[in-house]
Design a protein around this ligand. Structure first.
Ligand code: ATP
Length: 254
């Protein structure tokens, strides 16, 4: 992958860097955020210590996945970021859809293909020197999934081998353009403008799901999409409830 070529193929105007290997592109950008003057996309050819939510890991094999993070500065405070992981999911899913890969969204922050996880999103924040806040949006996406890696992950996952044959710089540029367009709109409108688009892509609409906190079932009900702030609506035996993301996990009821 080549930074100059990704930047030339992208219409976003975002600066791009590519490194052969790093632990975590999110960690790198969080460390640099205070010194950044403009948005930056950092792509790693190989990420050796990728992270998920709540200290979980994101595993990838060199050459077989996309691992990148985008640092983006918001002029308002952290409350303005509510729903951002879901809007990132919409942007990635819509871009992949345009490239011929149909994916669905699992609340709050996963992309599924054929029911299994294709990509994960991890958003972290860093203080800006002046007003505003930096959001570091990390994305891991499986292009090809070697059997040994799937065994290591320990659950069924998906990949898009067809997209793996596409020029990687073009693929990254397309994803970057989708993200930048979404972020510019998100800055103006917040998540509300994305709720209907998220719901169109919802993987579990009408399915019975469970919300878990470290293995314990907190809620069970029929998934009814998200509201204007990105909370998951669940129709339970006690009526409709709205769940904020926090660190809970969602599972389809077997
Ligand atoms: P959960 O799926 O349990 O609700 P989550 O969606 O919040 O958690 P993340 O924290 O976003 O998950 O991602 C970490 C999890 O993703 C890991 O615990 C592992 O199960 C799974 N995982 C790790 N690497 C991959 C990969 N390359 N492809 C698909 N899934 C992966």
């Amino acid at each position: 992958m080549n930074a100059a070529s990704i930047a030339a193929l992208s219409t976003s105007g975002v600066q791009v860097e590519v490194v052969p290997e790093t632990g975590s592109t999110n960690v790198d950008l969080l460390a640099r955020a205070g010194a950044l003057a403009q948005p930056l996309l950092l792509v790693a050819e190989n990420q050796t210590a990728g992270r998920g939510r709540a200290g979980r890991s994101w595993l990838s094999a060199p050459g077989h996945s996309l691992t990148f993070s985008l640092a983006w500065k918001f002029e308002s405070g952290p409350q303005a970021l509510s729903g951002l992981p879901l809007a990132v999911g919409v942007a990635l899913a819509e871009t992949l859809g345009r490239l011929g890969v149909q994916v669905r969204l699992k609340w709050p922050n996963d992309l599924l293909k054929d029911g299994d996880k294709l990509a994960g999103i991890l958003i972290e924040t860093a203080a800006a020197p002046g007003p505003g806040i930096w959001a570091v949006i990390g994305v891991g996406l499986n292009l090809v999934m070697p059997d040994e890696l799937e065994r290591e992950i320990g659950r069924a996952v998906s990949a898009v081998p067809w997209l793996a044959r596409m020029d990687r710089d073009e693929l990254i540029a397309a994803l970057l353009d989708g993200l930048a367009a979404m972020l510019r709109q998100f800055e103006r409108t917040g998540f509300s403008a994305f709720a209907a688009r998220w719901n169109l892509l919802h993987a579990y609409q009408g399915d019975t799901v469970r919300i878990l906190d470290r293995g314990a079932v907190l809620h069970e009900g029929v998934a009814a999409g998200v509201d204007d702030t990105g909370r998951l609506l669940l129709d339970t035996s006690e009526g409709r409830i709205a769940i904020a993301a926090g660190d809970v996990s969602l599972r389809l009821k077997e």
